[in-house]
Structures are given as structure tokens and as C-alpha cells.
Design a binder for this molecule. Sequence first.
Ligand code: SF4
Length: 416
Amino acid sequence: MERRTTRQLTLGDDRTGLVRIGGDAPVSVQTMTSGYTYDIDACVTEINRLAAAGADIVRVAVPKRADTEALPEILNQTRVPIVADVHFHYKRALEAVEAGIHKIRLNPGNIDDREQVNAVIDACAQRNIPIRIGVNEGSIIERKDKQVRMEELGKFFADHRQGHLMAIMIAKLEEYLEIFHARDFHDICISAKSMDARLAIDTYREISKRFDYPLHLGVTHAGPRETGSIRSVVALGTLLAEGIGDTLRISYASDAVYEVEDGLEMLWSLGLRERVGAELIACPTCGRIQVDLFRLVQDVRSRLAADIEVPMKVAVMGCVVNGPGEAEGADIAVFAGDRKGIIYVQGQRVANIPEDEILDRLLAECRKFQDRVRAGEVKLGEKTVEIVPPAPIGELGSGVDKIARGQVEQVSIGKT
Ligand code: SF4
């Protein structure tokens, strides 16, 4: 996948290690704490939990002086780069910089005094701290001069159903960036988040044409995970598949660990990050099912997450219909039948066991396989089986010739 070329910024220190955003760096996953930052113990616990889930960067809110006062101790007890999320009070940014924060986020929708922004830029420049300019549809449209700006900018993107919002967000970015450029500050990442997936896609496409700063992707206020995941992945996945986006935050009204897990899974699925841990394949079940597969899949998932770091493919299938194919596609596969499970490792059958032994045996095989991969005895994805193509189907013949000629026939079903 060809990715858009962007500048690169670096954040972190000796304790956290460095995380790069943009350029040739892998797309990073961010999230944000939900507790009060001034509650140091709770904040540290939350940050460490999010880092353990795989977050590359964690953001904290600093609305009060007590929050920035807590930062030195929080930074001392955590090992992941921390971003201070600053709204309304530019002094919180100055205090966070003084505390040793790794990155600042400013919202042009609520900090727009040029002298205040200059003060933050100068403080960050002195310490090589990057700044994200985070435009947000929600705070932009609440501006006092909304009507004036709508009339002024309404002519741009006039054929877009929400062109005025795109124009306002892009114009705000342009105006804000001028302040940074006047001070020759380019250690910048930008975002323009909307709660509407289609608007987010179109706005990021537009800003990716206009700026070469790394882009922080996000759909804001995406809602609970059940629906927010669809809205986020459809927007961010589309952009990432087009090569747009250097870091991302999925935002749910639920545990932020899900934001990290889903962000990582999206990047793994797109091949934009190297997978950590097992990839689980499972069938949706149907009327042929002969074991309690849903429960088995959830049990396998949590045990794999705890025990397996090697990116092996594990398939859990409800019956033999797709079993052999999955056994060939996965490193380890189990397919069930008649309250039993048949386990394959790299295409070779290794066990035929009762249903209640499937979980333990499958995990034992996964751990053993992991040890062998680490010892260099076997390679992931390497099989000894051969894939046999299906035989031609009676009079219809084989599709091989047609595939080779690039032909696709139109078929009418049920036509008299
Ligand atoms: S693997 Fe078997 S049980 Fe699962 S969906 Fe396919 S046919 Fe149904």
C-alpha cells in the first residue's frame, strides 16, 4: 500500500522510548484516559493499562492547574509518551511543557489569541515538543461568528452536502498554521475530526492534498463501541487504504482499551502494522454446528491473548465443511464434529478429542507451536499440505479457462 509522504515528528524520551509520527514510521495508535489527571494513582494505573493493551501514545486532559501539577509524577511512573490535551487555557500548555510533557494538543476552536498561541509555540520550540493542531467540527461550529464564516466560506465545496463545514475546518487550519509558520515552527501534526464518517473521509482527503504534515485520524464522538466501531473503521479504514493517515485515535463511549484493540486490529488487517499475537479465524456457525462454538471462540480468544505473542493464524471451525480449507490457511486449526474436535498443526492432524478437551489441547498446541517458531524449527504460514483445486463440475466444466481469459458470464437465476 502506497502511503502519502509526510514530514516526520518524534516524541518521547529515554524512559518511554521514541515514537515517530509520519514519514516512514508505522501508523501509531493513540487513546485517551477517561479519569481525572490530578488523581495521580488512578491516572497512572489507567495509562499503564492502556500501554499494556498496545497504545503507542496516551493523551490526558489538563483542564485545571491541579492536572498539570500532577504531570511530573505521572510521567515518572509511566513508560509511554504522554500528550496534554489543552482547551481554553493556554497556560495549561505552558505548565505541561514545563512538567516535561511529550506533546501538546491545541484546539484552534477555543485557543485563538495569537499571543497565547505564540507563547505555546515558543515554549515547545525550546524543548523540541511537537504540537497537534486539532480542529474539531464540534468546537468549530460553536464559534460566535459562525454565520459570518458560513457566508464567507460557503462558496467552497458548494456541491458537497456539508461543504461549509469542510471549508470552515480547512480555513481554520490554514489560519492557525500561519501563526506557526510565522515562527518557523513545523513540528506539527494536524487533525480535523467530525462525528460524520463521510465528512471525516472527505475532509481528511482534502487536507491531505493541502498539507504535508502528518495526519492524526479520528471520528469524534463515535458513540458506544457497538456502533462507534463501524463508524470509525469505515472512515479511518477508507483513508488508511488510500495511504492517508499517520496516527489515529478511535474514540468510544466505553473502556479505552477497546479503542486501542480495535485500532490495532484495523492496522493489522490492512497490513499497516506487524501483528502482535495470534490472529483468530472463526466460523459464524449454522445449522450444521455440533459444538458450543461461540463460547469456545471467546475462550480461545482470551486464552490466546494471554498466552500467545507470535502472530500465528488460528482457525476455529464448527464443522468439516470449511475445515480442510481452513486447516490449510491457518497455522493451527480445529474443526468440530459430533461433539469432538480435530486439531491440525500446519496441515497435519495431531488430535481427535472430545469437546470438553478442545480448549486446553488447542492452547497447548499453540504454545508448543510458538516455542518451535521462536526456536527457528518452523516458520509461520509454512505448510506441508498441498492445495488441490476442485474438479470440473459436470457439463459446466472448469472455470479455469474463463478465469484465464478474464471472462465473467452473466447468470440469470430463476428466469423462465
Ligand atoms: S464451518 Fe460448518 S458450522 Fe461453521 S458456518 Fe461453516 S458450515 Fe456452518
